[in-house]
Design a protein. Structure first.
Lengths: 226, 79
């Protein structure tokens, strides 16, 4: 598994996701946002968390039009894997690789806490190390994670099984309390039509070591490296 | 040529910031405000005097970057 992490001005979780990928056996290469090509043999392009371009205009709006994103778009069109975490998910929505938009959290607050997620399916390249309906313990840290799309898009995502993760309680129930940012249908992450692009707001890369509180995030990276 | 682009949230899209501003105005004791929606204004200087060309350029700017048409509408005003 060769992973290319795209670094934008203002990315700040690139080192964490690099470490999580390397821990699972991936070869990790960092790519500057102004580069027009991904390294030869790239299997996975990663858009890390952070505050690209200071969140100016809209979160992910400027990064979504960066030169490297043309290469990521071409990679995705060839069936290559793409993972966007937090700001990376916002960039995927702004670049048109995923539908919908991440709006300001419903209570207007930046939220930063441990978060339980329900894994909606375990038959994708991103989640094979998990079980369907498994509840995993990771983290969230964002001000704009409130997933929104028009009713037709939501119906299509649900009908095609493209919801990857939902905010849930420990029993896997989709409660209002678990869905702190106000996302439609408690959506925490979605796939592209061909299931090769995943965007999610939570940070699985935070929880890959017992030392920092948990290892439930590891499954995403071991799935990818498998 | 001077132009102004106004970007607003579409009807029905939740606007937590607008709600907060509305609540703040109400808390000042200001009466007569029913609701507030927040938007963005871009003042743009366009080269040349061709209004049609300017409109095409600005429309492209809105579609490509200035507005996210999933949730936002835009209006272009050329002075």
């Amino acid at each position: 598994m060769r992973a290319a992490i795209i670094v934008f001005p203002g990315s700040n979780r690139d080192a964490d996701v690099a470490r999580a990928l390397a821990q699972s056996g991936a070869e990790v290469i960092k790519v500057w946002h102004a580069d027009t090509a991904l390294p030869a043999g790239t299997d996975l392009a990663v858009l890390p968390g952070g505050f690209s371009y200071g969140d100016y205009l809209r979160c992910g709006a400027i990064a979504g039009r960066a030169a490297a994103m043309d290469a990521v778009r071409a990679h995705a069109a060839r069936g290559g894997l793409v993972l966007g975490i937090c700001n990376g998910f916002q960039i995927l929505c702004e670049s048109g690789l995923l539908p919908g938009v991440l709006m300001r959290n419903v209570d207007r607050r930046f939220i930063c806490h441990r978060q339980l997620l329900r894994v909606e399916r375990a038959d994708t390249r991103f989640t094979s190390a998990y079980a369907k309906d498994q509840v995993i313990d990771v983290c969230v840290a964002h001000g704009e994670g409130n997933y929104f799309a028009d009713p037709e898009t939501i119906a299509r995502l649900e009908g095609d099984g493209r919801v990857a993760f939902r905010y849930s309680d420990a029993a896997g129930n989709l409660t209002v309390d678990a869905n702190r940012n106000g996302s439609l249908n408690s959506i925490a992450g979605i796939y592209s039509e061909n299931l090769n692009v995943l965007g999610l707001m939570p940070h699985p890369e935070n929880f890959v070591e017992d030392l920092v509180g948990g290892t439930d995030g590891r499954g995403l990276f071991t799935s990818l490296a498998a | 040529m001077k132009a102004r682009i106004i970007v607003t949230l579409k009807t029905g899209v939740l606007d937590p910031q607008g709600k907060a501003i509305e609540a703040a105005l109400t808390s000042f004791g200001l009466s007569g405000i029913d609701s507030v929606r927040q938007g963005k204004v871009f003042d743009v200087e366009v080269a040349g005097e061709d209004r049609t060309a300017a409109e095409t350029t600005l429309k492209s700017a809105c579609e490509k970057l200035l507005a996210n048409t999933v949730v936002e509408n835009y209006v272009i005003e050329i002075a």
